[in-house]
Design a protein around this ligand. Sequence first.
Ligand SMILES: NC(=O)c1ccc[n+]([C@@H]2O[C@H](COP(=O)([O-])OP(=O)(O)OC[C@H]3O[C@@H](n4cnc5c(N)ncnc54)[C@H](OP(=O)(O)O)[C@@H]3O)[C@@H](O)[C@H]2O)c1
Length: 285
Amino acid sequence: MRCQLGTTGIEVTAIGLGAMPLSLAGRPDEEQAFQVIKTFLDHGGNFIDTANVYCLDDSDLGHNERLIAKVLKRLGKSAEVIVATKGGLKRPRGDWIVDGRPEFLRQSVEQSLKALDTDCITLYQLHAVDPKVGLEASLDALIDLQGEGKIRYLGLSNVNQSQLERALEKAAVVSVQNRCNVLEQWDFQSGLVAFCQKHQITYIPHSPVGGHHGHKRLKAHPLLNQLASRYRTSPYALALAWLLAKGEYILPIPGASKPSSIEDSLKAMEIRLAPEDIAALDALA
Ligand SMILES: NC(=O)c1ccc[n+]([C@@H]2O[C@H](COP(=O)([O-])OP(=O)(O)OC[C@H]3O[C@@H](n4cnc5c(N)ncnc54)[C@H](OP(=O)(O)O)[C@@H]3O)[C@@H](O)[C@H]2O)c1
């Protein structure tokens, strides 16, 4: 099962790998992280989501990007895999602080190019809008970097529809990455996902099985468990299958710190949910 990356002509697997759990506190050792990425690639996966701030704190910036670059190099797959990164946040003492200043974004892109060991980042996503700076000013900086050949395609993250519409007046945005899963359906309710589909912008649900902490709530949900046992799958794969059933421009990026987790998540691409089951899951909103 494949998904188009906006109108770029790039086709990726319909499930990507969210690499964040490989670099936050409690992260696995490097060998286990290697196995997670290898398992994803062995099963045909070719889209990995990262960010400069997937790390412990500001002294560890780029940990996730360096890890991915190292694994891809070791496996000889650097040229085949789309690695999407982000900038616009920092991690003082492990906090998550927005910083969309043009000079900071430029510095972040330079650091990501180095960490990813590349001359051009295929998809660079503004991690969040900085209200002190304004969306347009941050975007202008990224458009300049795109003009310099350091970024190929631009994406946004954590935006609403009016912000997306403003961005589209300036730039060809190919993706939007927001929090979205069967228990948190706001972007379906607001019409943002439908807007993305209409404009052929890939919608990337982050935290697609409930998030770094919230995934346990999803795993325990009665309806998800009931349907999962009927489809002979896990509640996680079922929740991902629901996202895939909602439209062709939807690219969920489940996180994993264990190879078994991403192996299970990829099985979502084989599940075809009946319309009445999709409707029952829609009603969890
Ligand atoms: N743009 C943003 O602001 C933003 C914010 C948050 C996340 N993200 C991106 O979205 C990605 C996904 O979000 P997330 O990692 O926070 O949350 P998630 O994908 O909803 O859940 C992640 C956790 O759920 C468990 N899990 C997932 N699929 C599983 C399966 N099939 N079977 C068993 N366990 C499973 C994993 O556990 P194990 O660790 O035990 O394998 C994993 O650590 C991140 O990795 C990151 O790339 C972006």
